[in-house]
Design a protein. Structure first.
Length: 271
């Protein structure tokens, strides 16, 4: 009988040790009530309601859809200051609202706005993301020369390594004596990571309707460049880039050079 009781006790001790070890090794602890506690899921991080990009860029040229606005040509002598701000509001369900502004600041002409501010652009619109596609519709006011140029842009972007996109840029109204019309742009912007630095290779080709730039309809320009985003501190980076253009002088007849190189440098803050 003693040997049988001893055997039962040994079995109880073994079972207790097994249960204790299982309790220590299990990722789910036991509550004081004896009931197993449910695992606590980590909190889900929600996308912020507002994100933004603030940029302070210095450019060698002001290029508007192939048009060399200030006639820089091959010269890099005069720097242009181009600050910008864009805010994106997450509306949920793949929808976002967009507000932004861009300024052209230089001393190349007497300003109708004030100081050295030659142009102020503002825009507002909506974007919708579904699957790998993002659709963006913007209305813009480009204010310069004591009047405004009114623009509607529609862009379709595809989430892919090549980052392809189609942009339809339409001048719909203006008080500047310009003809309304459309420029269509096909582009892509693949990028690679080199340590903390992001290097991009933007390429685009564009076609314009007749008299959009004061010339014929057809092929307007092709551009190709390389740019680098170099982080300085969190949310702040240095942006550097060069872009080469070839423009058709029958479609854009006012450019001083058909072929030219542009440069850009500045600080970009994201939040």
């Amino acid at each position: 009988m003693k040997s049988l009781i001893k055997k039962w006790n040994n079995q109880l001790v073994k079972k207790s040790c097994v249960l204790a070890a299982a309790a220590m090794l299990s990722p789910v602890a036991f509550a004081g009530s004896g009931k197993m506690m449910e695992p606590v899921a980590p909190p889900v991080e929600e996308d912020p309601f507002v994100t933004g990009t603030l940029a302070f860029m210095v450019d060698t040229h002001f290029i508007s859809y192939g048009l060399d606005v200030w006639g820089g040509g091959q010269d890099w002598d005069d720097a242009l200051f181009h600050p910008s701000l864009e805010l994106v509001f997450n509306l949920g369900g793949g929808f976002s609202a967009i507000l932004g502004t861009w300024w052209d600041v230089n001393d190349k002409a007497e300003s109708s706005i004030g100081g050295n501010v030659q142009e102020v652009d503002v825009w507002a619109g909506l974007s919708y993301a579904t699957g790998d596609f993002t659709f963006t519709l913007l209305y813009q006011e480009w204010m310069y020369a004591s009047d405004a140029e009114r623009i509607v842009d529609f862009k379709v972007a595809y989430d892919h390594f090549l980052a392809p996109y189609l942009l339809v840029h339409g001048r719909v109204d203006n008080g500047l004596g310009l003809d309304n019309g459309v420029v269509g742009v096909l582009g892509m912007g693949p990028s690679i990571e080199a340590g903390p630095v992001t290097i991009s290779f933007p390429v685009s080709v564009a076609f314009a309707t007749e008299d959009f730039h004061g010339g014929d309809a057809g092929f307007a320009y092709v551009s190709a460049g390389v740019s680098a985003s170099i982080p300085i501190v969190e949310h702040v980076s240095l942006s550097l880039g060069v872009t080469g253009y070839y423009t058709d002088d029958e479609v854009i007849p006012t450019n001083p050079e058909d072929t030219f190189l542009t440069g850009t440098a500045g600080i970009v803050i994201t939040f």
